[in-house]
Ligand binder design. Sequence first.
Ligand SMILES: Cc1ncc(COP(=O)(O)O)c(C=O)c1O
Length: 369
Amino acid sequence: MVDLKGQYEKIKAEVDAGIQEVINTTAFINGPAVKEFQASLETYLGVKHVIPCANGTDALQIAMMALGLKPGDEVITASFTYVATAEVIGLLGLTPVLVDVDPDTFDIDVDAIVRNITPKTKAIVPVHLFGQCANMERIMEIARQHNLYVIEDVAQAIGADYTFSNGTKAKAGTIGTVGCTSFFPSKNLGCYGDGGAIYTNDEELAKKLKMISHHGQSVLYKHDVLGVNSRLDTMQAVVLNAKLKHLDEYAAARRAAADFYDKALANQPKLKTPVRSKNSTHVFHQYTLQLNGIDRAKLREQLAERGIPAMIYYPIPLHEQNAFKSDRFKKGDFPVTEKLCNCVLSLPMHTELDTDTLEYITKNLLELI
Ligand SMILES: Cc1ncc(COP(=O)(O)O)c(C=O)c1O
């Protein structure tokens, strides 16, 4: 699905030298590369504060802790997402309130958010799924009206640009109260292990985020609140520094591959290609088709026989997962999510796809459907 080796070959000299330097100087934790990355990402995103941390799941957890969310508070998020989003809500004793998603963009259904707000609602977590932003303009309006925090899960959409109706643009993750991202290796900006970051323009919140990610420590050995140990390794920061310089190029390569797929797979009654939202650029973390009247399992097998991987993101809706069993929701409650879980299929999507490979994938797919 990805070609991390091919991508590495192009930045090998910088990454290898940087990692060797970390070993030579033994600056394994909080070394200069971490600070450099933090500053470069702030500049790239146009955000005042980036707090690097150990992974995207921690980023979400630390954000919810820093906002002071308490057991019993309700947090609204999408039923069609990776488990991490809802997992941290549950872990902190908060109540995950799942809502359905839009059938075209796969992003959270804003009308469903409004229908699910109660006096206990404290936050909305839009997930910019597969690489394009949720409807942030409406979400921010709703949040202002109801005095709610907005925690953007931008694990899959780093670098995407959102355009408001007045023409203002902002990077995904910098619009809400706080943005949380992941640098898992296969992410659009991925390191060679685990990594994550939290972004905010709020000075006070930034201090709390930093403190919580460092054991609740304000100054060395003074612990003001309960925190966690969540740091970005210096070696991972070396990789991220090398890749951040190419992030827009990487997004362009992904978009070019998506354009190829769109064209080759257009006008096929059995396939729905991804819909691009009007207000967001798409950084194509995934290229996800919706199949119509196709035996998905059989198609995956046949593609695999021809050396073409294809993945199902995600096969089981969150509300049908044992971990999220609740009286609040049951099978049948989120028809769009349930339909998507049965019909989505993601094709290989990465920065190293060349025309021959794309031709091979689409020619075989069309033969098999
Ligand atoms: C939407 C979403 N949220 C959160 C995460 C969690 O990130 P991590 O794996 O770095 O903990 C991921 C990715 O894994 C994700 O895709």
